[in-house]
Design a binder for this molecule. Structure first.
Ligand code: DGL
Length: 278
């Protein structure tokens, strides 16, 4: 095992959604150290222009790269959509795993009739990243942008009437189009799976980027000879650009004991961040 194998995996999201990916990676690769960074002070990224999302994502990845990680996981569809190619050019020495392609691939493999729904942020929809990922497949993609979902999750709301009403509004057009598969094209939406599946019904397969990205991480580390197998108890560290106490309490509410103490870091200038208070 090389020395690099014992370095942590760096995982990034604008906020709490990427924790679903981080936990899926920890379940699949329980021996790996991890450094998680949430840019909560500047999230949500979804309503921001793609150029700004790219800038924020690259700043976050720069910080993770400086921690000596052995691989970068962009656990954010919006960040992947805006910055994947730039990130690959910027860190040629680091394997970069993202969420769009693994989810698109899974959707192609599970769809029965080829009608696939995509729910995502405005920035992801504008980037066309899923359309590009599915271009050579026979799948027909129907997209619905869900601007209220991320603010609900970031405020700790994952059930209730208001959320249900928003979900019905966003999902009804996809039901009318009779999609048989629905890609949760934002890592935050995995935390809303119960609400989403209660509206879509059992016949519609939900594809979450979390599991798919975890498998892609395993495959990549294996291929690069970077899997850790020294049996040492792994260390997981959590960093946020927002309030660390709030990150810990909401993180534990959403993800239980997976979230440990968080440390605040500073990244660039905070322009119009919208960290909700509750
Ligand atoms: N978790 C994110 C995603 O997968 C980001 C959502 C946001 O910041 O708007 O797209």
């Amino acid at each position: 095992m090389s020395e690099l194998s014992s370095a942590p995996i760096g995982v990034f999201d604008s906020g709490f959604g990427g924790l679903t990916v981080a936990r899926a990676i920890a379940d699949l690769l329980p021996g790996e150290d991890m450094v998680y960074l949430a840019d909560t002070a500047r999230g949500p990224y979804g309503p921001r222009p793609l150029a700004e999302v790219r800038e924020f994502t690259l700043q976050s990845l720069d910080w993770l790269a400086a921690q000596g990680v052995k691989a970068l996981v962009i656990a954010c569809n919006t960040g992947s959509s805006a910055a994947l190619h730039d990130a690959r050019e910027r860190y040629p020495q680091l394997p970069i795993i993202e969420v769009v392609m693994p989810a698109a691939r899974k959707a192609v493999s599970v769809t029965r009739g080829g009608r696939v729904g995509l729910i995502c942020t405005a920035a992801t929809a504008i980037s066309g990243s899923y359309n590009d990922a599915l271009e050579v497949s026979p799948v027909e993609l129907v997209t619905s942008v869900c601007p209220k979902f991320v603010p609900f999750v970031e405020a700790g709301v994952i059930s209730g009437d208001e959320l249900m009403a928003a979900a019905e509004e966003y999902l009804e057009p996809l039901k009318e189009q009779q999609v048989d598969t629905l890609v949760l094209g934002c890592t935050h939406y995995t935390l809303l799976s119960d609400v989403i599946s209660s509206i879509m019904g059992d016949d519609v397969a939900l594809v979450s980027s979390a599991d798919e990205c975890a498998h892609a991480t395993l495959d990549t580390l294996k291929r690069e000879g970077l899997l850790r197998n020294d049996g040492i108890t792994p260390r997981r560290r959590f960093f946020t650009t927002g309030d660390p106490t709030r990150f810990e309490s909401l993180g534990r509410q959403l993800m239980g004991g997976f979230v440990q103490d968080a440390t605040q870091i500073e990244l660039g200038t905070v322009t119009g961040g919208s960290e909700p208070t509750r």
